[in-house]
Design a protein around this ligand. Structure first.
Ligand code: 5AD
Ligand code: SF4
Length: 442
């Protein structure tokens, strides 16, 4: 039996896609290798969101050349966003690649592998307006058997000026809600206790049932998944601030097992930047949504994404981002320097005019401020008690376990009689900026 090794870079959606790929290929008679060494094919699922993500993949492809020199039949292919963005150009630039396959073409992988087996090269990069892989039960790769991702929609058509995703993942489309609920129920039956519903903008999820006027939106989908069992935690990502509705917050408030954590990427604290980025909301709108979250869900954590040094960003725009961070007091933030992506609106119409050193300085200022805020937020947790879903052994010590509370904060504690995959109550005694330290109380 020939074996494939799947390596994944990038966002949660890519990890979910790799599990679909694993399912398609095992269904076609391939085995899954645990490491590159035993594989006949290496499939690298890639991210194109920033240039450094692409450079990391190129570095890896070149590193694999040494292995190919020893094993002449080892074929390497690129999946995902880089495959879609660069298409066959990528195989010309990295000549040890045998194939590229875009995110909507994974059903064709068995044919693709058959083609390249003899040394041919092949590219499948057609995007689809309908593909959701709804009928494919993903194989769970590198899973802890406790939490799993479920992809509920694909693509994005928000066209934020800086973002390549609409070009690499195509039009937005939603998956049949019944297949989502069935997948979650099947996971729960197999012992999983947490599912994360994934989409580029889950708040615009929508499925039109056969009978007219019977539309399932995201709040309803979330309620259906939450109703499977109170012991199944439900998370979701990502929410676009422009579409975060009160009805979603109401549904969350009604279900204790929908986790108290909302990822709400702000990108900038300046209205001028938000307009230029085509984000379709203002700082005032964003703060109103944050107020609504706090009103419906007083114990909800809020996390974000931010970009430093977008086109024409001034010191004043940057200062407004810092001010917004001070107002919202995020529990966690993914912070990036602007990276120009070919083909985007920004690449075509806006200058990448903030020099690298200045981008770095602004980014570092945001990182330092956010570090301080996260530590202060965590200090307030000391003395509180949480229900924790235990995920496994702490990386530092076998005597300790770690899990997460509903707010998605990691809590480490002495293991005693506790078991991964169960819920226990833990009191927070101490913290760092990234982790809470606690003691079992039940
Ligand atoms: N440069 C830097 N960051 C970007 N992101 C998306 N496109 C770019 C880019 N061109 C960030 C945004 C988005 C996150 C997934 O990646 O903050 O929310
Ligand atoms: Fe990119 Fe904007 Fe779509 Fe997010 S919402 S994937 S930032 S275009």
């Amino acid at each position: 039996m020939e074996k494939v090794y799947i390596e994944t870079y990038g966002c949660q959606m890519n990890f979910a896609d790799s599990e679909v790929v694993g399912s398609i290929l095992t269904g076609a008679g391939y085995g899954l290798a645990d490491e590159v060494e035993g594989a006949d094919f290496v499939l690298i699922n890639t991210c194109a969101i920033r240039d450094n993500a692409e450079q990391r993949v190129r570095h890896r492809v070149r590193e694999l050349r040494a292995l190919q020199n020893r094993r002449r039949n080892l074929r390497i292919g690129i999946l995902g966003c880089m495959a879609e963005r660069l298409q066959s150009r990528l195989m010309e630039e990295e000549d040890n690649l045998s194939f590229v396959c875009g995110p909507d073409a994974y059903r064709r992988l068995p044919e693709l592998l058959a083609q390249v087996r003899g040394g041919q090269k092949a590219a499948e990069v057609e995007l689809s307006t309908t593909e959701t892989y709804a009928d494919i039960e993903p194989v769970r790769l590198a899973s802890n058997g406790i939490s799993a991702y479920i992809s509920i929609m694909r693509g994005c058509q928000n066209y934020c000026a800086y973002c390549v995703v609409p070009y690499t993942r195509g039009r937005e489309r939603s998956r049949d809600p019944q297949t989502i609920v069935d997948e979650a129920r099947s996971l729960f039956g197999r012992g999983y206790r947490e599912v994360t519903l994934l989409g580029q903008n889950v708040n615009s999820y929508g499925w039109n049932a056969e009978s007219a006027g019977n539309r399932v939106g995201f709040p309803e989908l979330l309620a259906r998944v939450a109703a499977i069992d109170p012991a199944l935690r439900v998370r979701f990502a990502t929410s676009h601030p422009k579409d975060l509705s009160d009805s979603l917050l109401e549904v969350m408030a009604q279900h204790a097992n929908i986790c108290r954590c909302i990822h709400l990427p702000v990108q900038s604290g300046s209205n001028r930047m938000l307009k230029l980025m085509n984000r379709k909301y203002t700082v005032e709108w964003y703060l109103d949504r944050v107020d609504a979250i706090r009103r419906y869900l007083p114990d909800c954590s809020i996390t974000t994404d931010v970009i430093a040094g977008f086109s024409t960003e001034t010191e004043e725009d940057h200062r407004q981002t810092l001010d917004l961070f001070r107002r919202v007091r995020y529990d966690y933030a993914y912070m990036f320097k602007y990276s120009l992506r070919e083909g985007t609106y920004a690449a075509r119409h806006l200058a990448d005019d903030i020099d690298e050193a200045e981008k770095t300085r602004r980014l570092n200022e945001i990182i330092a401020l956010q570090g301080q805020i996260a530590l202060e937020n965590n200090r307030r947790e000391v003395g509180r008690e949480y229900e924790v879903l235990i995920e496994g052994e702490s990386h530092r010590s076998k005597e300790r376990l770690f899990g997460r509370n509903s707010q998605n904060k990691v809590i480490v504690f002495d293991r005693a009689d506790a078991q991964p995959g169960t819920y226990r109550r833990v009191r927070v005694d101490d913290c760092t900026a990234a982790t809470l330290l606690g003691t079992l109380t039940d």
